[in-house]
Design a protein around this ligand. Structure first.
Ligand code: SIN
Length: 187
């Protein structure tokens, strides 16, 4: 898979087939909403957990020194909290560009805060993408994030902003909070 997934994503779903499109965000899409939406609510998906296993060449790192950002891994029985946005089709032009560094759009069932279950899309970076970094210890991930920086800012701020947003929603995420806590000790 190439570093830039925009062209692949355009072929993955025919967005015109959707009467309404819901997007599920679990990482920076929770706290950095730089796109228009028609409706937004807290939400969750089943059988996935967040991990800082994806390399970032374009936001929180550079091609020479990639940062670490979130992707999802499959964990049967798990619940992943996030935000759902009902969006117009044309918003995916921007989203595909923003998520181009290895993420593919996947179809997924999203449970909205009011209990409705809608079929929507989520960006996931799987292990076969060119920017994938994979598993490492919490200490290794924290050290890597501590020293990384890219066009969107310091890698550590991705963690801090996400952790802050999760706390505002009273959501606990073991992986994210363990890394946040190591980073806070490094300051
Ligand atoms: C997401 O937030 O849903 C995708 C990963 C990211 O952009 O941080």
């Amino acid at each position: 898979m190439p570093f830039d997934t925009q062209e692949i994503n355009k072929q993955r779903q025919n967005l015109a087939d959707y009467e309404e499109i819901w997007l599920f965000g679990y990482g920076s899409l929770i706290y950095k909403v730089d796109f228009d939406f028609l409706e937004s609510t807290t939400a969750h998906i089943h059988d996935y957990e967040r991990r800082f296993w994806q390399g970032s060449h374009d936001h929180r790192g550079t091609p020479a020194n990639p940062g670490r950002v979130l992707t999802l891994i499959q964990v049967p029985g798990a619940r992943c909290f996030g935000r759902a946005f009902k969006v117009e089709h044309n918003v995916f032009e921007h989203l595909d560009h923003r998520e181009k560094n290895g993420y593919l759009r996947e179809e997924i069932d999203i449970t909205l805060a009011d209990g409705r279950v809608v079929r929507g899309l989520v960006y996931i970076a799987t292990s076969d993408n060119a920017a994938y970094l994979g598993e490492a210890t919490i200490q290794e991930i924290s050290e890597h994030i501590w020293r990384s920086e890219g066009p969107s800012g310091k890698n550590r701020d991705y963690v801090f902003e996400l952790a802050k947003a999760l706390k505002q929603y009273a959501e606990h995420d073991e992986h994210v909070f363990a890394i946040e806590s190591r980073l806070l000790k490094m300051i």
